[in-house]
Design a protein around this ligand. Structure first.
Ligand SMILES: O=CC(=O)O
Length: 311
């Protein structure tokens, strides 16, 4: 039987994904007709979805067995009232690999004090030797696939890694904390904090003034997760007061970050344009194909979103 799959993302993504998806479907033994638009939503078996694509009302897709999100974050679709089909988020080895590289690079920048050598050369011989990673605590907020992989990579470099998640985890090499008291403790230790939480009602503005104040003076904030995890005004106030030494931000409440936003001009903020990592077509297509294979075989979907939790 040939399955009908609607690729509901923009043209740019279609150009990236059409060949890898076809390869992955063939390798999974699936016969698929791929569509980028449809006048017959009722014949679609699956939707591959990205926000700001071609679908915002899921109700006409009466036969659709699952909506397969292209991105790890589902905050733009999970609350859609028309979505009654199962929703799966993306957990992609390529996305994870890129995130580990970006997070490790930016942690090392701050840990080693690289800016002093790269941008502040002034003929002064100032031999400040950075501490060893073992003497630096990095706190990771969020221990899903991405937080865990980043935490493990940093632990392999011998950082003292504290991880915090809503439900208690146990990850070798990391000190895992959970709950409100655990969050306070994780932040008290955080010389560098990395935010990799899903954005939900429970995590919006999680890093607020009160919690920023728990961090040691001179702490660094690195956010490759979602912009709204941080109270922007509280962060700017903490930066201006010198309590937070630097913020490296990849994600924002509004993207692209408006030109007049104070983050752009702030001397202690590094803005990167949501490039920390993204889903990679070759590996993600295999995840999509595997989920469709599971759907057809009556097996449980991978990475099914818990609608009540929001991720
Ligand atoms: O931001 C990227 C993603 O959610 O995958």
């Amino acid at each position: 039987m040939t399955l009908n799959v609607l690729f509901a993302a923009n043209e740019y993504r279609w150009q990236q994904y059409q060949d890898p998806l076809r390869d992955a479907f063939a390798n999974a033994g699936l016969a698929v007709d791929l569509f980028t638009e449809t006048d017959s939503p009722e014949i679609m078996d699956y939707i591959v979805f990205a926000p700001n694509g071609t679908v915002s009302d899921f109700s006409p897709f009466t036969r659709c067995k699952a909506v397969l999100n292209l991105w790890a974050g589902v905050e733009q679709v999970v609350g859609n009232q028309t979505l009654t089909q199962p929703l799966c988020r993306m957990v992609d080895a390529g996305l994870e690999e890129g995130m580990v590289e970006w997070v490790t690079g930016h942690v090392l920048r701050h840990h080693l004090g690289m800016d002093a050598q790269i941008t502040q050369q002034d003929s002064a011989w100032n031999p400040v030797v950075p501490p060893l990673a073992r003497d630096r605590t990095v706190t990771i907020l969020g221990l899903g696939a991405l937080g865990r992989a980043c935490g493990e990579a940093l632990a392999a470099l011998r950082f003292n890694v504290v991880g915090w998640s809503a439900s208690q985890k146990d990850i070798p090499g990391l000190t895992c904390l959970s709950g409100d008291d655990g969050l306070a403790e994780a932040l008290r230790q955080a010389e560098i904090v990395v935010l990799l939480l899903p954005l939900t009602d429970a995590t919006a503005n999680l890093l607020n003034a009160e919690r920023l104040a728990l961090m040691p003076k001179g702490g660094v904030v690195i956010n490759p997760g979602r912009g709204a995890l941080i109270d922007d005004d509280a962060l700017l106030a903490a930066l201006n007061a010198g309590h937070i030494a630097h913020a490296t931000l990849d994600v924002f409440r509004q993207e692209p970050l408006p030109g007049e936003h104070p983050f752009w001009a702030h001397p202690n903020v590094t803005v990167t344009p949501h490039i920390a990592s993204e889903t990679r077509p070759a590996t993600a297509s295999q995840v999509i194909a595997e989920n469709i294979r599971r759907g057809e075989a009556g097996e449980p979907f991978l990475f099914l979103v818990d609608r009540a939790k929001g991720y």
